[in-house]
Design a binder for this molecule. Structure first.
Ligand SMILES: C[S@@+](CC[C@H](N)C(=O)[O-])C[C@H]1O[C@@H](n2cnc3c(N)ncnc32)[C@H](O)[C@@H]1O
Length: 223
């Protein structure tokens, strides 16, 4: 588990992980999600991490269904344990999904029935704070998967820090980028232009960019 969530869940002796940033960014993110998401259907969350976003967003985005995922079993256990805390009927159990692999589990023929995707098709994908804390192949895989899965008009919501025109947008992002690369040379704050180009290569067009608190961006793509 990356040390983003090494902190135990507020001293609770169970599998719940706790990432303090989620409490700070969840309301600004929710505001954008409410603006850009389709009014119904399933939202696939890639890299759900602790699951704190999933349990916060699902009840507030009803009647949409929220499908959390993460390749890390420790994260999935955290999501599943947080999920037991809330009584919502529109939050799926977490699924194992590595964005850089293909096909994604939700594309398999068995998934249609397993997740009732015929009645509740995936109309949007949300990805928060992953592409800078993963190799570039994860971003490429995210775009490729979104290109394969999303219907025409479907939305890819991306959140995180970005460089613009090759420049960091704040001194805090310079330090953050350095700390990421020290942890893993394949990680790092991405160039927005490169991310947009990767999306366009998968027929996803840039729809809107929202400046967010703490020098982050919400970047909206449409299939
Ligand atoms: C910094 S955490 C962000 C978690 C959560 N979205 C949040 O904002 O709190 C990064 C997450 O990306 C996940 N991740 C890393 N590589 C991935 C990949 N190739 N595909 C999907 N998720 C990945 C990690 O397991 C981790 O849960």
């Amino acid at each position: 588990m990356p040390n983003y969530f090494e902190m135990p869940a507020k001293g609770r002796p169970d599998a719940r992980q706790y990432a303090p940033a989620t409490e700070r960014n969840r309301d600004p993110i929710l505001k954008v999600l409410l603006e850009v998401l389709p009014p119904e259907g399933t939202i696939l969350e890639i890299s759900s991490g602790t699951g704190e976003h999933a349990i916060y967003f699902a009840p507030r985005l009803h009647p949409r269904r929220w499908m959390p995922s993460d390749p890390n079993p420790v994260a999935r256990e955290s999501i599943a344990t947080w999920r037991q805390e809330v009584s919502v009927d529109n939050l799926y159990p977490p699924i194992a999904l590595d964005a850089s692999e293909a096909p994604w589990s939700v594309e398999l023929p068995t998934a249609l029935k397993e997740f009732d995707l015929e009645n509740y098709p995936i109309g949007a994908i949300a990805n928060i704070n992953m592409i800078h804390i993963a190799p570039w192949s994860a971003c490429l895989g995210l775009m490729a998967g979104a290109g394969r899965i999303l219907p025409a008009g479907g939305i890819l919501y991306l959140y995180g820090p970005f460089k613009q025109n090759g420049q960091h947008t704040a001194p805090s992002n310079v330090a953050f980028d350095e700390s990421l690369q020290a942890r893993n040379p394949e990680w790092g704050v991405r160039d927005l232009e490169a991310v947009v180009a990767a999306a366009q290569a998968e027929n996803l067009s840039l729809k809107k960019i929202y400046p967010m608190p703490a020098n982050n961006l919400s970047v909206i793509f449409q299939a």
